[in-house]
Design a protein around this ligand. Sequence first.
Ligand code: PMP
Length: 553
Amino acid sequence: MSLAERLARPEILALPPFDLSANANALFARDAVRLDANENPYPPLGADALSANVNRYPEPQPGHLVRAMAALYGVGTEELLVTRGADDAIDVLVRTFCQPAIDAVSICPPTFAAYAHFALLQGARVIEAPLSEGFELDLDALLAKLSEESSLKLAFLCSPNNPTGNVIPRADILRIADALPETILVLDEAYVEFADVESLAAEAVRRPNLVVLRTLSKAFGLAGARVGALIGNRELIALAARAMAPYPLPSLSIAAASAALSPARRPLHAERIARIKADRERLAPLLAAAPDVEKVRSGGANFLFLEVADPAGLADRLRSAGVRVRFRPNAAPGGVRVSIGTDAENDALLAALGISSKAPDRRRAELVRETKETSIAVAVDLDAAAPRRVDTGVPFFDHMLDQVAAHGNFSLLLNCKGDLEIDAHHSLEDCAIAFGQALSKALAERRGIGRFGFALPMDEAEAQVLIDLSGRPYAQFEGDFTASHIGAYPTEMTPHIFRSFADTLGAAIHVRVTGENDHHKTEACFKAFGRALRQAVAREGDREAVPSTKGVL
Ligand code: PMP
């Protein structure tokens, strides 16, 4: 008998097993006549692509989402249960293991309130082993207290901790798991993507008494979709599945989560996380200098904990300035928690605290473009030279787009999963379209820019690119290539790509290229385009001025 079975409530053991692999959709063809679930045969009135199927029940554990999340967290599909947010995973664990009035859970306050909430709802006892003054885990005191308890079913640890941000060292977590072999250690890693530590998910699937909670709410911006995961060994996951609601995940949430986890979007998510972490470190010293703030705790999450003399007063003052922060007098009486927001939101917080500092004004844009042929995510930042990461599936084109960004002196993340099994055409064309659209979006009203650009040669080849970010698309390409391909890149696509740039960027682009070597000639075109762009997007003079006598571009 597994540890999970020994610790589970008798009511859970008495329930029939929930077969995680049982999925009626897998037994029938997609177009099978669906008369089994008393659904309404008509999709909702006015349904869009996302809600087209909501007249049908979702799968209890949708296969593709389970696979995507298992891959994301590096575990097997039977070692993970997709839940309605990590909140639901907490509830499911408590209902799987805690008998009312008999069993107990432990928490280390100040910490996330849901552990005690769900335990009390289930009639379980809540044992508190508070963090030290400095919000560190006092390992010996914790173990001494918890070892006394005979029916301690779940020990909750939150790392990074909400609201203090502290990260518990891996060795300490494993020591607690070793010291409490008859208790399931629940490690809540809701914020781990923002910390510089590795998740313990892989450890959880190997150990009988460790489970990990993850969520798409924070790192993937899906708080409103309510998608999280419980990760643990298979026996435990199979038991916890019995405590789940019949159709826990709304189809709209399944669709949103699947889209967010699509491989093309991953680099952009990683970049957003890096930005939030950088903003956290930028804001911490600024906030520490505010008159009300005694100490700023910057841990490994997407928030800061401000220790202040009068947290209630501060939260009130911020409220009147229209800024919401979290103050929980019972849970964390000594401070307020503030999330890291957008540049404008962070500026609003700083201004409300009387700190005169503004985030640098950056011309950034992100966009995704999905068709049946390609799935593309692109981000540009015209006011940062890094990072540059391009993966179109066509190495030579990666090199070319990287040249554009390097010589344009801007940051470019572009990822494309396209139908290369057909050929490179769709990927190249769609990447050019998405790239042009992203540049145009980042330029917004095109205020304060040089607008025009010119550039030139490479070895024996000579490429001239002239550009006018006029808002009016026009493309002219003069030049011939003799090779049909450079690697997997068809040379006939070059004029086409520049036309796509012109169309979507809203620019006149004139390219003229001569020379002998097609690799050189092509590369010279892209480099020169980057150089021309560099001049044209550069800020000069009045930042607000639109560089046109018309007053609009
Ligand atoms: N754990 C912690 C530590 C949290 O702070 C939160 C939400 N604020 C959750 C879990 C719940 O996350 P979800 O949105 O996935 O339910």
